[in-house]
Design a protein around this ligand. Sequence first.
Ligand code: LLP
Length: 443
Amino acid sequence: MLCTDKNTNEDLICKNVTVSEDGVLCFAGQNTLELAKKYGTPLYLMDEDRVRENCRTYVDTLSLVFGEGGMALYASKALSFKRIYEIVREEGMGIDVVSSGEIATAVAAGFPMQKAFFHSNNKTDADINYAIERGVGYFVCDNSEELYAIDRIAREHGKRQSVLLRITPGIDPHTYEAVSTGKVDSKFGSAIETGQAKEITGTALSLKNLDLKGFHCHVGSQVFDSSVYLQTVEIMLGFIKDMHAAYGFVTEILDLGGGYGVRYVKEDPHIDIRENILSVGEKIKQTVRRLGIKMPKIAMEPGRSIVADAGMTLYTCGTVKRIPGYKNYVSVDGGMTDAPRYILYGAKYTLLPAGKMFECRDMTVSVVGRCCESGDIIQENVKMPESVTRGDIIATLTTGAYHYSMASNYNRIPRPPIVMLSGGDSYVAVKRESFDDMHRLDV
Ligand code: LLP
C-alpha cells in the first residue's frame, strides 16, 4: 500500500529534504542511498548550500537593519571543524568560540581571529594565554575573577585586551532547563538584579589592560518565543543607559547571543529569522531613541539556526526485534555516541526509512544504538514500515547542530565522518575515525 504524498511530505521538514520519484529520500538534491553506499554509515551529511543560505539570512538582515553596525557571529559550539570556519568566514561572519580547542581549530582553518569572541564561564590562565597569543579579538567575561586574570595576563603580553561582559538579564526563555541561561540563578554571567552586573562593569573600567567594549547576554537555546528577544533588548538597553549614568560609559557593542529554535519535527513551529531580526531591530532603534543613548553595534550569535537543518545522519539498520505485546526495536549502527540529544534532553527528531519513503509507516519502534547501555536510544515512538529490515538505510533529519560537536567515543566507537554536499557534488570534510585513532593516545 502506498502512502499519500501528503502524508510523506509532512515529515520533510526542511526544503532541502525531498523524495525522488522512486521513493528514495534525497538531501540537498542527492540520493541518500547512494551517499550511504559511497561513504558508509553512520554518516553525517552537511548541506553546505543551506549553511550558506542560513548565514546570509543573518548577515544580510543585520546589515539591512544596522548597516556597518550589524555583526553576525557563528556560535561554533554547535558544530566545529575546519571547513565550517572557512565557510562562515566566506559568508562574512565572525565567530563565537568557547574553548582553546575551538580557537585552535579556527586558527588551523586560517580564520581571522580578531573577529572571534571568546566565551566560557571559566577560562583558565592557560586558555587566556592561548587566546591572547592567537590574537582573539574579544573576550566575553563571565565574572570578576576572570576579569582580573585577563587583565594580569594581558599586561604580561604588553597588550590591552578588548572585553565584553556577560550579563544575566533575568529572563526565562521557555525552553528546556539545560539550555536556559538568562535567569538570575544561571551559572553564566553577572545578574542585573543582584547589582553584580553594575559592580563588574565598574571593575572592568578600573583595570588598565582591559578595554571594555560593551555587554553580552544569551537567554537560552531552541527559543521560539520572539517576545523573549524584545524583552531582552529592553532590559539590556536600560542597563546600558544605567551604566552611562553610573560611570559615563558609552557602550560600543551589544551582543544579544543566539538561541533561535529550529524544526526537528513537523509539530515544531517555523521561525522566520529575517522577520525576527527586523522586529528586534525596530525595537532596538525605538528604545535607543526613547532612552537617548548612543546606538551600539549589534551582534547576534546563532549556532543551531545556522547548521541544524543543514545536517542529516544516515544509519544502516541491523537487528529488528519485535517483543510481542511490548515493544519493537530497530537497532542501527550509530547511537548515543553520535546522537546524544535524546538521552540528554529527550529531544524529538524525525526519522525516516530512506529507501522506503512510499511505504506506509505503521509500525511503532524505538530506534536504538549499539552501545552497551539500555539508555542508548536515538528516538522512541518512531513510525517505520513493517518491512524495515537489516541493511535498510535510516535517516535522522536536522542533526547539523550539537551532534558531531557533542559526539563521544563511548565503547570505543569511532565518530562518523562529515560529508559536505554542495551544488550536486559531495566531499569529505572530516574523515571517519579509525580504530587506530581510538588508541592513538594510549601509551
Ligand atoms: N551564544 C552563547 C553564549 C551560547 O551559550 C550559545 C549556546 C549560543 C550563542 C548559540 O545558541 P544557539 O543559537 O545554538 O541556540 N547542547 C545544547 C545546546 C547548548 C547551547 C549552549 N549555548 C543542545 O543540544 O540543545
